[in-house]
Design a protein. Sequence first.
Length: 744
Amino acid sequence: MSKILAYTGKTLKLFVCFTVLLVSTANNLSAQQIPYRPKVALVFSGGGAKGFAHVGVLKVLEKEGIPVDIVVGTSMGSIVGAMYAIGYTPEQIEQISKDQDWPRFFFDRVSRRYLSPNEQLLRQRYLISIPFDEKILLNIPSGVIRGQNILNYFCGLTGNVPENADFSKFSKSFACVSTNLETGEKVVIKNGFLPTAIYASMAIPGVFAPCERDSKMLVDGGMVDNFPFDVARSMGADVIIGVDIRSGLATQDKLHSLPNLINQLISLFDPVQDSINKKQCNILIRPDISGYTASSFSSNAVDSLILRGERAAIEMLPQIRELKKIFNLPTVQPPSPTYTMPEKWLITNIQMLGNFSLDKKVIQKALQLATPGQYSYQQIKEAIDKVYGQESFEKVYFSLLDDNSPKKGKILKLYLYEKKDYTQNIGFKVNTTDAAAILLNINRKDYTKHFDLLSASVELSASPGFSLLGEIYNKRFLAMGLKIEGKKQDYSIYLNGEKSSSADLYYGSASLYFYQHFFYLYNTGIGYRQEYYTGDIYYHNQADSAIANEKKNLVGNAYAYVSFDNFDDFYFPQKGVSLYAEFSFMKDFLQKKNGLCPVLLFKMRNVIPITHKTAFLFNVYSRSIYNVNYSQFKNTFIGGEDFSTYFPNHIPFVGLSPVMPVDRYADILFAGLRYRVVRKHYLTLMANVLKQSDLYMDFKTYNLIFGGGICYSIKTNMGPLDVTFGFSNYTHDVTFSANLGYWF
């Protein structure tokens, strides 16, 4: 028994020794293979456009092989920090920063081609738009910028990030700071929908609309903590590298401009806490941002600020390398998962959430995204623009969910927040034909009412008028509208280059029409318009003189039309085509001899870019009246510029004063060369020719008139300023016309 116990004791001692040796060896291997490394955090301050310097700092740190475990940012620092945290390289962030059209990015407007015809008219006619509510009270928005384009861009950049993400699971743990607008407390965001987290961190009060997130109204984190060192420390950071791109607070005398005011808001901070935060940084990098403000988003500023960030980091390289040596930071980091944006996603389905009364099939039709299909961010954004451009929604943005079905693609999830749009609009113009005129408008768009759109306008001028409009277009098929107009028009008649006489006309009409959009470029419709005229009617007779009759006309018009418009701008388009063709039958019910008269109207404008400063203009106008017995007021008139055309049957002609009656068949060809002298100044050389006759296809009877001129235009905040000198072989006199303001 004693031998057995002795043997057992020896065995136990050997086992214990072997176990100790094994554990010791394992610990030594672990120490060699998986050494302890302190966690490194980057802290990026806010500062608006000055935050591009963060990108330059990142480039240097990446080249030095500094391992980063945690990224924390505020405002612009949260944008750069989030992109780096989910896997974008500094070079990718730099390229994105340089490629972005920042002025367009920050504003909510979408391309003109995606606007409804009514929205196009609103933007083309009115200088000022004032929102109000259902009680006709002033309704000042919570921010000048709703964040439509900004938020969608974040949605694209982070499209592969899970919708309810844990930010600590990114390739670098991430957090950003925002401010609770209701309580003034700091809100640290570490999970949820990343795009709204970034937006909440950068939403400067009064500039951007607050972000509604987790039942809170959130705004720029710079209001409470613009250098969140403490957040990085609470996330377990042992080593902190801070990048501070803030400038000092400005004095009172420098706070009278919007850029300086925004800069001041971003630079506000608690000086005591801020001093503590900066002192506890292991490395503090302060790029030179002098000469730049929070709103310096020009391409030159972006380039310069990135370079300044690089320069500041390079100057700190001795300290950075010493820090790396002290903490034994490895140069090579293990690969980590990234969530960067691919070239395209496979979209297998579309979901719609939010508060809206529009039929989902109508929205689906507007999106024009067939599923399943491969779509890039740009294609998804264009689809959203088509919906948002109808001005029916306060905000439209998206997220992408994994489709767990066998299709293995993404589900496009749209968030739509409908708005009730009530605006008071003011238009103004002054020109050589109408003198001064003011257009006042009230516009209401509300899909919960019987009429989705109601609009009332009054023109205050020497030729006053009014317009009432109602439309129903939230159905799946044709939109329907009713329009009532009235106007007193004073105008002059020119013959042989001389002013023949003046005319006074009272005009009223009521229209019922139906129309349909196709691909947001085409529009087609039918309608009936009943017109009433009383006053002086002038028409052109074969003796080349004007016959005046004071009479009454009750003219009915049944018409059909098709239009196409892809101009990028109405007044100064860089490229595109605008086309309108209408065929109608008109009948004067007060003139027995006048039968049913067919009329064809065709208008086409072309802008063809030649260089980035030069464009070729080519326009075609044509109007044909196929019956000799018709209401004389429906004669074709020509003369003047686009801003001085009085009636639908009035066609512009450079070199002739408005208005001049012409024969039943009239065709005008216009050619021009427009040159952009400086940023908002344009010089245009123009030539046009009129071919007219009272006999269709009888070339022997055609009469030709040539004209041309030169126009200098300026794109001002009051609308276009045009000054034109013209000349024609018909009058041999120089004409002069000028206009300031939007056309109506």
